[in-house]
Design a protein. Structure first.
Length: 295
């Protein structure tokens, strides 16, 4: 079972233990006050699943993209791989070769021991330095890394990818919430110099939605950039009910957004107890209509 406290990666507490069992010295350096997730060791189950779903999303997109282009295999860069659990997910892409890079030697050592695969090469390197001399890849996956960098958009500009770059950052995170982050309040507008960018959103439950079903309170923003060898973005299954492209709202997603809206101010389950069923559904319907008008 996990040994992590239920405060996720946003903790600002400087401590050497997390939860009921102490971390080893190496695990403490990897964990880095909540900045890296070690499956089964740090973070709770819900937070771990949100991390994992980001890589599952990237894998599904790449698999669908390869199939749509009648191509075989892919060379994929996992930029900022942490302990390598996401690299192992990407390694499931048929005929793929994964290069996984992280600045932490402890993390890369842990990855080589725990998540080694025949088609993964783990390397120790700083993301900013790596992209300056990198070779070309078919795909680049970069999950929750850019916000740690001093000049993240310069790193994106230097990325070399033939098909897609799949970038994931916290959505509209205010300054001061995480002492490790340098890039704050990131929204779609920050990627304005890439006019063909396509956006997806992850909610508090970990589900991922296309733009027409953008949740009311997204926690993460996915930006998909297309390279010179890329075709149209293919349809594929999302974890947030549906396929890409999604063109309609649903009452189910509206009710889910309402639940997420009150989740941070009202204890889970209390809303349904204090708001009659009919009124609850009217509130959800009202939110849905507002979103439709704003499209």
């Amino acid at each position: 079972m996990w040994r992590g406290q239920d405060d996720g990666p946003m903790s600002r507490r400087n401590r050497q233990t997390v939860g009921p069992a102490p971390l080893s010295e190496v695990e403490s350096r990897i964990y880095d006050q909540g900045e890296r997730c070690i499956p089964g060791v740090t973070h709770n189950e819900a937070e771990w699943r949100r991390h994992l779903k980001r890589y599952e999303f990237a894998r599904r997109l790449i698999v669908a993209d390869i199939a749509a282009g009648a191509q075989s295999g892919a060379r994929v860069l996992d930029l900022g791989c942490g302990v390598g659990y996401g690299s192992a997910v990407l390694a499931e892409i048929p005929d793929s070769n994964i290069v996984a890079v992280d600045v932490s030697a402890d993390s890369v050592g842990y990855a080589r021991t725990t998540f080694a695969r025949k088609n993964i090469a783990f390397e120790v390197a700083d993301a900013t330095d790596y992209v300056r001399g990198m070779g070309a890849f078919d795909y680049i996956v970069c999950c929750e890394v850019l916000e740690h960098l001093v000049d993240p958009l310069d790193v994106v500009r230097r990325m070399k990818y033939g098909r897609r770059a799949i970038l994931d950052v916290p959505y509209a995170e205010p300054a001061g919430r995480n002492i490790h982050h340098h890039w704050h309040n990131v929204t779609e507008e920050d990627f304005g110099e890439w006019p063909g960018a396509v956006f997806f959103y992850q909610d508090l439950r970990g589900d991922i939605f296309a733009a027409p079903r953008k949740p009311l309170l997204p926690t993460n923003l996915f930006c998909i950039l297309s390279g010179p060898a890329a075709g149209p973005l293919p349809g594929f299954r999302l974890s947030g009910d549906g396929f890409l492209p999604c063109v309609t709202y649903s009452m189910r997603s509206a009710r889910r957004a309402l639940e997420l809206l009150v989740a941070r101010i009202i204890p889970r389950g209390l809303l349904r107890k204090v708001v009659p069923g009919a009124a609850y559904h009217r509130l959800a319907g009202l939110w849905w209509k507002i979103q439709r008008r704003g499209r």
